[in-house]
Design a protein around this ligand. Structure first.
Ligand SMILES: [Zn+2]
Length: 427
């Protein structure tokens, strides 16, 4: 795994396992001794920095997970799918998918779901069919016919592309059912299904409804456009089902049998561009963290408030942690609603935070860290200095309920509490 140097304003992605345990409100002095958790200064770059989320959409006949990775902007109305592999002996598309997932860039402009393989058993065994001997591209509920031909394993690509055992019924296979349910729910505008070895983008299958998209994919992949075998009609194919039963624009793209790794690494960009997506740095998908106030509202008390959010998860409350000199002081999920922030950044839910806690008199350098979710390479860290006044001996001895009240943040308390007063890590 590559390592990236820590940079100013950023922080370690992972926290010690204890970090989440802190957040009962009003723990008072307990928060001050919760420390110990030295902040890591450098973080390993995540293996899939452009991935917003992932989902196991089903399991193969052999029990292997079929995983879909969300790489685009979840807020985009343009849903798209890249299927790397359906036939387990066609590995080029798996390489294309994995290069996108691990390439260090994020995607915007579309909500792209990358599925490296829907046939993990075939991929492991290097067989066209799944573990039950069924050709998953003849198992869809679109002109399905019963065909119990054994899969041809010889060298002729045209015979191979004719397909083999179509299963006992449409959707008889768990892999097909998983993909079918996923597509029914997502309703993608675009889908590209990668195959080998016919060296063409299909002009005869499910893609016929949108030649512009088909041609963009062909250009992006450097492949010619021509009719693929099944000779313009495949029984029970996925793209046939999409064309006849959904609004999805689906394209089948076949690489040649031999294709260089360099070409496969750049192929994903051609597909993303054809779908209307753009690449951005994964770093640009780290959380946004703002400090609105960093004050000492009363002698012996420090207070920090502001907001934090992550555009990869616009309704998710982020975990914000306060540290001083590597020691953790408090940690909580954002829980204050700000209509203005939500409106400005098109968010839903609660993204404000407010910490109020006891502090010794003098200057303090507090750092807040918002934990990254979704795509991105690191948590976001912002530091502020707060000068805390000493408690005056002559202060009235009011019980100062206001100290714990979040409404007091940023204003001097009428009655100065003692430094040992209960503090809040609200909200
Ligand atoms: Zn194939």
């Amino acid at each position: 795994m590559r390592r990236r140097q820590a940079r100013p304003g950023r922080f370690a992605r992972r926290w010690p396992a204890t970090a989440g345990a802190v957040m009962a409100p009003l723990l008072g002095a307990a928060l001050l001794v919760a420390a110990g958790a030295a902040a890591q200064s450098a973080a390993a770059t995540p293996a899939r920095p452009g991935v917003v989320s992932s989902r196991v959409i089903g399991h193969s006949a052999g029990g292997r997970a079929i995983t879909a990775y969300e790489m685009g902007d979840p807020a985009s109305p343009i849903k798209a799918v890249l299927l790397g592999q359906m036939h387990g002996d066609e590995h080029a598309g798996v390489t294309v998918a994995n290069a996108l997932l691990t390439g260090g860039r994020a995607i915007t402009g579309i909500d792209l779901w990358v599925i490296p393989t829907m046939n993990p058993d075939g991929n492991a065994a290097n067989t066209r069919a799944n573990a039950r001997g069924v050709d998953l591209n003849r198992n869809w509920p679109d002109y399905w016919v019963r065909d119990q031909t054994r899969c041809y394993t010889g060298p002729d690509p045209l015979i191979r592309a004719g397909g083999c055992d179509s299963g006992s019924a449409p959707l008889s296979e768990p892999e097909t059912r998983a993909m079918y349910a996923f597509l029914k729910k997502l309703k993608p505008r675009y889908l590209v299904s990668l195959h080998q070895p016919l060296n063409a983008v299909d002009s005869a299958g499910g893609d016929a409804r949108n030649h512009a998209f088909r041609d963009r994919v062909a250009r992006g992949l450097g492949l010619p456009v021509k009719p693929l075998v099944c000779w313009s009609f495949c029984h029970g194919s996925m793209t046939g089902w999409l064309a006849d039963h959904t609004a999805t624009i689906a394209v089948t793209a076949e690489f040649p049998a031999a294709v260089s790794a360099t070409r496969l690494r750049s192929a994903g960009a051609g597909i993303v561009t054809a779908m209307g997506g753009r690449f951005v740095t994964a770093r640009s998908r780290d959380p946004v963290l703002k400090v609105a106030h960093a004050t000492s509202p009363a002698p012996g008390v420090a207070s920090l408030d502001g907001y934090a959010y992550d555009l990869d998860a616009r309704s998710t409350a982020l975990t914000v942690t306060v540290v001083e000199g590597g020691a953790r002081i408090a940690s909580a999920k954002t829980s204050v609603t700000s209509a203005a922030v939500n409106r400005a950044a098109r968010l839903a839910g609660r993204h404000g935070y407010r910490f109020t806690f006891a502090a010794k008199p003098g200057r303090h350098r507090y750092c807040l860290i918002a934990r990254n979710v979704g795509a991105g390479v690191a948590d976001t860290k912002v530091c502020r200095t707060v000068t805390v006044a000493a408690a005056t001996v002559a202060a009235p001895v009011a019980t100062a309920p206001g100290v714990a009240a979040s409404t007091q943040v940023g204003r001097p308390a009428a009655a100065a509490p003692a430094a040992s007063a209960p503090v809040s890590a609200s909200p």
